[in-house]
Design a protein around this ligand. Structure first.
Ligand code: URA
Length: 442
């Protein structure tokens, strides 16, 4: 029996506990009341857990998205060329800095509202703040203005966008309800819809460095995002990508920006260049700036060859107060001076990385947050010299730790943990994982 207004949280929790479908009105009521602080956290948490255990159908997921979207300000550019990318995050995940200027140079308007790192994954906003002076705390009006005038903007999350998500996310974080597909879908989609994106390319990662480790779960999330995108009449595309090893070679804030600049100059590692181009090409296609992926890909490559992507990146830095000369002098991005190289202890093939542990080791080194209040050290990090499938001799370089002079003891502990807990070797040849396992269209 479907619930009727006036609702109570007790009824909603009880209904979901019995796997009943919550009505549109009930979901909107609950989100509005929770944002207005008229529902206590313990009842909201109980409902989240009931949703976690019993799930939500597509209509409920869309209603939850809609209610969360309407909890704050919504931008609407009425412009098909406004297309964003969303990644579920991982180790060395930096394509945003590469694909945004590439897509913008192809005529896409790229509205990026990005997050900070917590747990084992780094945050886009923290990384770009390694560029001296770069401001990520724009107002939403400045954000919209810059997008309309210059076609590229990158800022941190603001309380005006989907405030319900902020509240629910904090509660999910402490009640073991993060990894729930309808809740993740509503959380991601409400923010992307609110920033005015007409098209969205999703990079859904799986593997030991992703929060959705299991590829089957990642695929279910992909399907859910596509269905919800369709209900909101947005063009969407999902790439399911491997996160069982770091993306590119660099992990650490300033190091990752340096590496992104290398890709924009056509000098980056193959995996990172490939994924960034594919994601950017998806954006170009959704924006209607190309008819096929092949045409979009060619356009994207051209922006690297003719320097227009690098020019866009420089321009974005300057627009937001950043020192754009870092593009020509990447050494201005401060990287820690001391280097310790970890060498392969044996001959064989590199079989695996326990990728999330790399994020935790970076946090140990100071380059991450153990609490929300902490400021990460942007100068420390790791450079990876070998990827899964590499043939190694004893003594070959595996990874360089970039650290400070007073961190010698810590570095030696990290080296031990890296060799014991992070890398796996095989005596037989190992095949490298496929970086993009599947592309799904809405
Ligand atoms: N990222 C989000 O924005 N929300 C989630 O729920 C999970 C990942």
């Amino acid at each position: 029996m479907s619930l009727k207004s006036p609702f109570t949280m007790y009824q909603l929790i009880d209904a979901k506990k019995r796997a009943e479908v919550l009505s549109t009105e009930a979901i909107h009521w609950m989100v509005n009341e929770y944002v207005a602080k008229r529902i206590p956290d313990y009842q909201a948490a109980a409902l989240l857990m009931a949703i976690y255990c019993r799930g939500m159908n597509d209509q409920e997921t869309a209603n939850l998205t809609d209610a969360m979207l309407h909890s704050g300000r919504m931008l609407n550019f009425n412009d098909r060329t406004v297309v964003d990318k969303h990644s579920t995050g991982g180790i060395g995940d930096k394509p945003s800095f590469i694909l945004a200027p590439i897509a913008a140079a192809c005529g896409v308007k790229v509205p990026m509202i990005a997050g900070r790192g917590l747990g084992f994954t780094g945050g886009t906003v923290d990384k770009v703040e390694s560029v001296p002076g770069f401001r990520t705390n724009l107002t939403l009006d400045d954000f919209a203005d810059q997008l309309k005038k210059h076609g590229i903007v990158l800022m941190g999350q603001t309380p005006e966008i989907a405030p319900a998500d902020r509240l629910f996310y904090a509660l999910r974080d402490v009640t073991a309800t993060i990894d729930c597909i309808p809740l993740i879908t509503a959380s991601i989609m409400s923010k992307k819809l609110a920033e005015g994106a007409e098209g969205i390319v999703f990079d859904i990662k799986h593997g030991s460095g992703a929060f959705m480790r299991d590829p089957k779960q990642a695929r279910l999330l992909a399907k859910s995002l596509l269905k919800t995108g369709k209900r909101f009449k947005r063009r969407c595309m999902v790439m399911l990508t491997d996160m069982s090893q770091p993306l590119g070679q660099e992990v650490g804030h300033a190091l990752e920006i340096q590496e992104s600049i290398r890709v924009l100059k056509g000098e980056g590692p193959a995996d990172l260049t490939y994924l960034s181009i594919e994601l950017a090409a998806g954006m170009v296609l959704l924006a209607g700036k190309a008819k096929t992926m092949a045409e979009a890909r060619n356009k994207c490559f051209k922006t690297i060859d003719d320097g227009s992507a690098l020019k866009k990146f420089r321009h974005m830095l300057a627009l937001q107060g950043g020192d754009a000369s870092v593009v020509d002098h990447p050494q201005k991005l401060i990287v820690a001076r001391e280097k310790t190289v970890i060498k392969s202890p044996k001959k064989g093939w590199l079989k695996s990385f326990q990728n999330d542990q790399i994020g935790y080791l970076l946090t140990e080194l100071g380059g991450g947050r153990k609490t929300i209040e902490q400021t990460p050290d942007l100068a420390v990090g790791f450079t990876f010299h070998a990827k899964i499938g590499a043939k190694l001799n004893k003594g070959d370089a595996l990874m360089t730790i970039h650290h400070h002079a007073n961190q010698k003891e810590l570095v030696s502990a990290i080296e031990k943990r890296f060799l014991k807990e992070v890398v796996g070797f095989s005596t037989r040849a190992v095949r490298a994982p496929k970086l993009i396992s599947e592309v799904l269209r809405g």
